[in-house]
Every structure is written in structure tokens, then in C-alpha cells.
Design a protein around this ligand. Structure first.
Ligand code: NAP
Ligand code: GLV
Length: 334
């Protein structure tokens, strides 16, 4: 058993309790404590197994989870009855069965906005690193294999002045686009509705095929949905310029990972920068062996300030719902 029984106040009234599926910054816990909630945190330095999660969720009034927790129908059914809110410390919520939660009357919340700029910085980290072969260069230096400056060594591709195609022009996609002005890039974007903020940046809304065919860099910022799963498949990759670079800091399954490996290995695509993978934390050895891909461990929002704010935000959502107020950041059914 992970949590102690619900603590009792002197009056004998059970205090409401919140379960945190894995450690979060203490500022988030402080928000819960200040609201008078009893807090239980998974003591293990690992995500919980599904059966552990199922055992735990129904014992609490609220849960703070992370994107590695699969909040499916089984977990939600176990939570229902007592648990009124599940707050994920992420903006993406593809790990949660939102429709099942709605049917069971459990409020789902997430953490938009607070991580937008940090994640946009990471997309640019990948873009610049992939273009300038930074990972490859660092591996050579660290291995003691650098033989000195060479006119023909480590030749990458310029970023400035090129065309950047943003797929999914929401909060993060727009923040990525804003940074492109310093690089004097031409901007294209693809989304289902037009985005005035993107247009104000000089970006032109185009169909996905046109974006893929015309962009030197393609950066993905769509949520993972049934519509966007494998949006970038073999056919889509085949439409990209041979010297183009694909950046994925959205979700691994937005790209057909096997098709991407084949395109990178076969010279069909110049390079890629990835923060996310199809089956995290597994990264296929075929991908690891490729020099023309930058691989990061899903760290888009990983700065101290941003993770702190995400924890606070998740906690405030829990507090609001447990007080009978509207959650500041509810996930709404489409
Ligand atoms: P957002 O503001 O909701 O933006 C997503 C945009 O995608 C929306 O504006 C939407 O515009 C567009 N979109 C949705 N479905 C689409 C489709 N089928 N085709 C084309 N465009 C589509 O979300 P965000 O805050 O920018 O976050 C985006 C995603 O980034 C998250 O869902 C998460 O998966 C990922 N993320 C990753 C990290 C990381 O650590 N790597 C960190 C934060 C977020 P329309 O509705 O007009 O199409
Ligand atoms: C991270 O991937 C998020 O969705 O916040």
C-alpha cells in the first residue's frame, strides 16, 4: 500500500486527500498543503505499474499524474466514486481517456501556457543541433577523435533565410514561429483553422502537402489524436525535400517511426531532431545508430522554472475542483 489511511482532523472530519503519482517540485505540494489537503506521493523513483495506480486512485479525492501514467477506463473506474479531479502535469493529455472521465464525472485538467516558451526553445535546440550536426560533433570531441579544424569537416546546413513549416500552429507552434524572425526565415503553417497570430508573423497557411514539399525545416506541434497519429508517414516523408530536416517535439506517434528511420538511413531525408518517440522510453537501436538524428529524452518543458510552474498549476486545478470551484485549466471534450 502506497498511502497511509486518510488522516483525521481533530473534529473527526476526514481531510480531503490528494495522490501524486510521482514526485513533483515541492512548490506544487505546498499549494496543496496550504489548501489543507493531505498529500500522498508515490515514494518510488519510477512510474507506477497500472495495478498500483488502480489500487491507489480510488482512495483519494484528487490525483496529480504525469504523462507516463496511462489513465484509461480501468483506472478511471477505480477512481470514480471518490476521486473528483485528475490533474496532469503536462499540456498533452493523449494518455488520458477524457471521454470516459467525463462520463464518470471526473474533471481532467492540464497545464497549458506555462510551458509554451520553454518547449519552443527546445524545438529550436533540435533544429539548430540537427542543422549544424552538433550531436555528431560532440560525440567526436568526447571520444577524443577530433583531429583538428578541417575545411571539409562537419558541413551542415544554414538555418537563417530558409523556409520553416509549422504543423500545428497553436501555443507552441506559434512560439516557435516567433523565434524564426531573428533567423529571417520564411514561414508556412498547417492547421485546421487559420491563426491570426501566425498571419501577423507573416506566415502563410497551406495544405500539409504543400508545407512538406516547400519547407527546409518541418516542426511538428500537433497534439496526438486519432487524426494526427502517423500524420507524417512514409508518403508524407516522401514529399519532403531530400535535404529537409524534420523536428518532432510533439508526440512520437505523430510520426511513423519506422518510416522515419528508413528515410534517414536511406538518405531520403537529410536529418531529424527528436524529443519524443513512439514507445517511450524505448528508442530503437536503428535510430541510435544513425548520425543524422539528434535524440533528446522528452525534455521539452524541463527547466526548473517551468516544471515548478507546471506543478503549481496542476495543484491549483486540484484545489479549485475540491473546493467546488471551476478548474482553471479543464480539458474539454472536442
Ligand atoms: P495547442 O495550443 O492546442 O496547439 C495545437 C494546434 O494543433 C492547435 O492550434 C490545432 O489547431 C492544431 N491541430 C490539432 N489537430 C490538428 C490536425 N489534425 N491537423 C493540423 N493541425 C491540428 O497545443 P500546444 O500547447 O501548442 O501543445 C502542442 C503539443 O505539444 C501537445 O499536445 C503535446 O503533445 C506537445 N508537447 C510536447 C512537449 C515536450 O516535452 N516535447 C511539451 C509540451 C507539449 P486547429 O484546431 O486549428 O487545427
Ligand atoms: C509534454 O510533453 C507535455 O505535453 O506537456
Amino acid at each position: 500500500m502506497l498511502s497511509a489511511p486518510i488522516s483525521q482532523e481533530k473534529s473527526g472530519v476526514a481531510r480531503q486527500s490528494v495522490f501524486i503519482t510521482r514526485a513533483i517540485p515541492e512548490e506544487g505540494v505546498a499549494v496543496l498543503n496550504e489548501a489543507g489537503l493531505t498529500v500522498h506521493v508515490n515514494p518510488h523513483h519510477r512510474p507506477l505499474q497500472p495495478e498500483e495506480l488502480i489500487k491507489e486512485v480510488g482512495r483519494h479525492d484528487g490525483v496529480i499524474c504525469q504523462m507516463v501514467d496511462r489513465i484509461d477506463q480501468k483506472v478511471l473506474q477505480a477512481a470514480a466514486g471518490r476521486c473528483r479531479v485528475i490533474a496532469t502535469c503536462a499540456v498533452g493529455y493523449d494518455n488520458i481517456d477524457v471521454a470516459a472521465a467525463a462520463k464518470l464525472g471526473i474533471v481532467i485538467t492540464h497545464t497549458p501556457d506555462v510551458l509554451t516558451e520553454t518547449t519552443a526553445d527546445l524545438a529550436w535546440t533540435l533544429m539548430l543541433s540537427a542543422a549544424r550536426r552538433a550531436g555528431e560533433g560532440e560525440r567526436v570531441v568526447r571520444a577524443g577523435q577530433w583531429r583538428g579544424w578541417g575545411m571539409m569537416d562537419f558541413l551542415g546546413t544554414d538555418v537563417f533565410g530558409k523556409t520553416l513549416g509549422i504543423v500545428g500552429a497553436g501555443r507552441i507552434g506559434t512560439a516557435v514561429a516567433r523565434r524564426a524572425s531573428g533567423f529571417r526565415m520564411k514561414l508556412l503553417y498547417h492547421a485546421r483553422t487559420s491563426k491570426p497570430e501566425m498571419e501577423a508573423l507573416g506566415a502563410r497557411r497551406v495544405a500539409l502537402n504543400e508545407l512538406l514539399e516547400s519547407s527546409d525545416f518541418v516542426s511538428l506541434h500537433v497534439p496526438l489524436t486519432e487524426e494526427t497519429r502517423h500524420l507524417i508517414d512514409e508518403k508524407a516523408l516522401g514529399r519532403m525535400k531530400r535535404d529537409a530536416i524534420l523536428i518532432n517535439s510533439a508526440r512520437g506517434a505523430v510520426v511513423d517511426q519506422d518510416a522515419l528511420i528508413a528515410a534517414l538511413a536511406g538518405g531520403r531525408l537529410a536529418a531529424a531532431g527528436l524529443d519524443v518517440y513512439a514507445h517511450e522510453p524505448a528508442v530503437p537501436p536503428e535510430l541510435v545508430r544513425l548520425e543524422n538524428v539528434v535524440l533528446l529524452p522528452h525534455i521539452g518543458s524541463a527547466t526548473v522554472a517551468t516544471r515548478t510552474e507546471m506543478a503549481r498549476r496542476a495543484a491549483r486545478n486540484v484545489v479549485a475542483v475540491l473546493r467546488g470551484e471551476a478548474a482553471p485549466n479543464p480539458v474539454r471534450l472536442p
